[in-house]
Write a protein that binds this ligand. Structure first.
Ligand code: NAD
Length: 339
């Protein structure tokens, strides 16, 4: 059994991961600030399955408040690995609010690393994003590609900066690090701002589905429990090895064009989509496509879930949500395609 600090624990991916780590026998110390990007009630529901678990504790605190605030907020018990998922996510809003994204995703990460150094905790799993590849033409994306001028949104820049910080702490302080670039994660509890979530709700409401661009953009949609399996394997790898600094793609190796996605969502919901074409949104990349051979070789990562299965699981979950809890504006505003 290991003790794991999980930041962003109340979020979409974090809450699934907390359940998985508890299931694997670990102790989970959850941290989250209930960032208002989406409703706190949804995040409280995400946490419901863990709340009363004897090996789970939860600490509401904000990484932006710095290392001293973390000292006050967290128990002094030993921590073996930090899994850092807390972030402002979403490409579109980052174009509007770049400083807020840098504040949480870069400064917040710097504060966490500094607190780790002070506490002598040196194993870190960092959630990065496929968006760091930007519009890199060569596909599938490999972890060793040169990304010096690749970012096309402040969100992507903030995630690549996070990777640079973890590299710095590996070099200066001997941190063992796995950076994982997640690729468009979907499934139960998916953030309400994300495309699949919005599309399902628009279709259920009988409204048209917006298509940004010509419909040929594509995403390497990855089912959340597959991503979480990759993270859990990464945690075990960190526990078993020293001297680690690696970056892994946790994608599905199967890009799905937007129009195919909308057709599949229509099938899962049982409605024929009506399309409404709109211009591409600033910051959105054309295609994401992960080469996952390194993750397979290093930690045995092997995503299992087909898009149809994953979409059905999402639709089932949505049916169980009390009406009135999710935002009413499924049709309003832009639909971020990438994060
Ligand atoms: P999410 O918004 O559901 O979860 C992030 C959590 O971090 C939230 O619960 C939020 O309250 C918390 N948080 C934000 N700012 C914080 C702060 N200052 N202090 C403490 N907690 C804070 O998002 P998610 O989709 O679960 O994403 C989890 C991680 O994975 C993020 O780092 C995100 O950038 C990354 N990622 C997600 C996707 C995806 O498709 N969902 C893709 C690539 C990368």
């Amino acid at each position: 059994m290991a003790s794991i600090l999980l930041t962003g624990c109340a979020g979409f991916i974090g809450s699934h991961l907390a359940e998985r780590l508890l299931h694997d026998g670990h102790r989970v110390i959850g941290l989250d600030n209930f960032d208002p990007f989406y409703d706190r009630t949804l995040k409280e529901r995400n946490l419901a399955a863990c709340r009363n678990h004897p090996r789970f504790s939860f600490h509401e605190t904000d990484l932006r408040r710095g290392p001293d605030a973390l000292v006050d907020a967290l128990p002094a018990d030993p921590i073996d690995v930090v899994v850092h998922l807390a972030a402002k996510a979403g490409v579109g809003p980052s174009v509007q609010l770049p400083a807020a994204y840098l504040d949480t995703n870069v400064l917040g990460t710097a504060h966490l690393l500094e607190w780790m150094r002070q506490r002598d905790i040196s194993k870190l799993f960092f959630a990065s994003s496929s968006s760091v590849y930007g519009n890199t033409r060569e596909q599938p994306f490999r972890e060793d590609m040169n990304l010096l001028a690749s970012c096309i949104s402040p969100y992507a820049a903030s995630k690549l900066s996070g990777e640079q910080l973890t590299a710095t702490y590996h070099h200066l302080h001997g941190f063992d690090v796995l950076n994982a670039r997640f690729f468009t994660v979907y499934g139960p509890r998916q953030r309400p701002d994300l495309a699949i979530h919005k599309f399902v709700r628009l279709l259920q409401a009988g409204e048209p589905v917006p298509v940004f661009g010509d419909g040929n953009t594509a995403r390497d949609y990855t089912f959340v429990l597959d991503t979480v399996d990759g993270v859990a394997r990464g945690v075990n790898y960190l526990l078993a090895h020293d001297g680690v600094y690696e970056t892994l793609n946790l994608g599905n190796h199967q890009p799905v064009p937007l129009l195919d996605l909308i057709a599949a969502v229509g099938q899962a919901v049982g409605r024929e989509p009506r399309l409404e074409f709109r211009p591409m949104q600033p910051g959105d990349v054309d295609v994401t496509y992960a080469d996952i051979s390194k993750a397979r070789q290093l930690v045995g990562y092997a995503p299992q879930t087909s898009l149809d299965e994953g979409l059905r699981a999402f639709v089932e979950w949505l049916k169980q949500q009390p009406t009135g809890l999710l935002p009413h504006d499924a049709g309003a505003g832009p639909v971020p395609m990438h994060h």
